[in-house]
Ligand binder design. Structure first.
Ligand code: FES
Ligand code: FE2
Length: 398
């Protein structure tokens, strides 16, 4: 696919940087207090705002392919039950019974027409409505229509399922997910993620601030040291280009062969096959595109100095093992990619956990973001703005 105008600009910048033997740089080095990675009060504020008021990705649409398919998700600290309704819509609820609060569905995923609470068997349908209970005479003054499951804002966009992990405030209009994702919409739309399938999905608890895990995907300065034997040689060293799509960000990391396009007609330039792109979707989601497949990760704080790293490896359904001409060969090919990325991510996590221990030892009062660690500056700026109330999820006007 020929590069679009934003991608041509990125490619031109890569040529320019290479010619001038430099890289994209901001004017100033930035200091970030170590307390941003350790302070429990700061973390509580981050959870209350970033992880309650903004959409996070919890699944790929294919995981809820059919009516009645459901999954549960708990790492945000909010018990989430997401389902595909009879009308084909994705809805999400608090996984909490409206009788006396028991957890309704305990399985990670499945298919069901009804959800029955294990405690006293109150039963809810896929639309969250309370449909029945044993011996209802004991609750004859209760209005069933007011005892449906509590709904959370949920959206299916770009093949992904997004949930805001707190109930809609009845005083406010609904969150406008399209306005929220608009700065990245053209790029995300071109990835055709709805026609991908999940090759692997995994979640890792890690002993590091969620911010450290996030930052590992916002700069490429570390590639040729932290990933010396893995990712380093795959990319031009420290030659990233960032596009600030406030509060989101496109971080384009060129492969060495990008430079081979120099001197060729612009309308023949290709972006996808020449770049790895770490698309940051505020506050904690990444759509990381490789030349022929995609990783979607979401990083969630689980406590002071701990986080959960959720990741899906997506491949286009036309080349997935289940539809490939030679399924074993396809399985081997994608499995090899998966194994490499698990090693690369692990290299980041081991370093991140070491940093977290160093914070506890009190060696540094701050960390410093270099002039070419551009994504760290943009990311921190966006977090600060949201915590100050200057970035909010947009809402429909009525
Ligand atoms: S708590 Fe669910 S039916 Fe009683
Ligand atoms: Fe890394």
């Amino acid at each position: 696919m020929p590069a679009n105008s934003e991608e041509r600009d990125i490619i031109r910048q890569i040529f320019e940087l290479a010619e001038n033997d430099t890289t994209q740089m901001l004017d100033e080095v930035m200091s970030n207090p170590a307390s941003n990675y350790t302070d429990p009060d700061k973390l509580a504020q981050e959870i209350n705002i970033l992880f309650r008021e903004f959409p996070i990705v919890i699944a790929h649409g294919s995981e809820l392919a059919d009516s009645g398919d459901y999954l549960t998700h708990d790492d945000t600290g909010v018990p989430i039950l997401a389902v595909r309704t009879g009308e084909g819509e994705v809805k999400a609820y608090l996984n909490v019974c409206r009788h006396r609060g028991a957890r309704i569905e305990d399985l990670p995923c499945g298919n069901s027409r009804r959800f029955t609470c294990p405690y006293h068997a109150w039963t809810y349908d896929l639309d969250g409505a309370l449909r029945g209970m044993p011996q209802p005479v004991g609750f004859d003054s209760v209005d069933f229509s007011e005892r449906g499951l509590v709904e959370l804002p949920a959206f299916e966009r770009f093949g992904l399922i997004w949930v805001v992990p707190s109930p809609q405030d009845p005083q406010e209009t609904a969150i406008d997910i399209d306005a929220w994702l608009a700065p990245m919409a053209e790029h995300l739309g071109g990835l055709d993620l709805a026609d991908h399938v999940v090759f692997e999905k995994w979640a890792l608890p890690r002993d590091m601030s969620w911010r450290l895990a996030l930052e590992g995907f916002q700069e490429s300065y570390h590639f040729c040291s932290a990933h010396r034997h893995t990712a380093c040689s795959n990319y031009l060293d420290n030659q990233s280009v960032w596009i600030d799509c406030e509060p989101h960000m496109r971080h384009a990391v060129p492969l060495p062969r990008t430079l081979e396009m120099q001197g060729t007609p612009e309308d023949e330039w290709e972006y996808r096959t020449n770049f790895m792109t770490q698309n940051y979707l505020f506050p904690a989601n990444f759509v990381q595109t490789m030349t022929d497949h995609v990783y979607v990760h979401t990083i969630i704080p689980t406590g002071p100095g701990t986080c959960a790293f959720h990741c899906m490896m997506l491949v286009h359904k036309s080349v997935a093992p289940e539809s490939a001409e030679n399924p074993e060969k396809a399985e081997r090919y994608w499995r090899a990619n998966y194994d490499v990325v698990r090693s690369v991510f692990n290299e980041d996590f081991v370093i991140g956990e070491g940093i977290q221990k160093g914070f506890a030892a009190g060696a540094n009062d701050d960390v410093i973001f270099g002039r070419y660690e551009v994504g760290l500056h943009f990311g921190q700026k966006a977090i600060d703005a949201a915590l100050a109330g200057d970035i909010v999820a947009p809402r429909h006007t009525q």
